[in-house]
Design a protein around this ligand. Structure first.
Ligand code: HEC
Length: 140
């Protein structure tokens, strides 16, 4: 049994080592890996761009701050280091009404782009995506 768990650890380490360094950031569990691309400072892939756009369009910064640093609501830079994607989804779709976090489940934009939004916020939390305006990589 002991020998087996050592072998398993070795396998995980090998898998982690083979991840592309520039493009992938992983959560503690490899299954939670989130992928985004940042070039030239503030140009991001289309999904991340859509996530940022969703952040702006739904005005999350009204409560969480323009740099996700926290205001009325908590810092999402910190929160995304702790909560996983499922918890994020549950919070967005349902809210925490008693505590002041709205329910965004009726938003078509949120339904279409919640994973993109998660990716954007994860990149912010990882410190790899800059605060402020972004542009899409393929725009001129
Ligand atoms: C009207 C203010 C308000 C707006 C707008 C708002 N939030 Fe919140 N949000 C809060 C508050 C307050 C909490 C803390 C709830 C609690 O104490 O559990 C929170 C909690 C959260 C959490 C959970 C953090 C944690 O540590 O568990 C996430 C994730 C989150 N908000 C994301 C968003 C996103 C994304 C948007 C925009 C789509 C948004 N919020 C818009 C007020 C707001």
């Amino acid at each position: 049994m002991r020998g087996r768990s050592i072998l398993l650890l070795t396998t995980i380490a090998a898998a982690a080592a083979s991840l592309p360094v520039v493009y992938a950031e992983s959560q503690p569990a490899l299954a939670q890996q989130v992928t985004y691309t940042v070039v030239d400072g503030n140009k991001v892939d289309k999904h991340t761009f859509d996530g940022w756009h969703t952040w702006r369009a739904l005005d999350c910064e009204r409560c969480h701050g323009a740099q996700q640093q926290g205001l009325v609501g908590p810092s999402l830079v910190d929160a995304l280091k702790i909560i996983d994607k499922d918890e994020f989804k549950r919070t967005i779709f349902g809210g925490r009404l008693a505590k002041g976090m709205p329910d965004f489940s009726s938003s078509a934009r949120m339904q279409a782009h919640w994973e993109d939004l998660y990716t954007y916020l994860k990149g912010r939390s990882d410190g790899k995506i800059p605060a402020g305006d972004l542009s899409a990589m393929d725009s001129p």
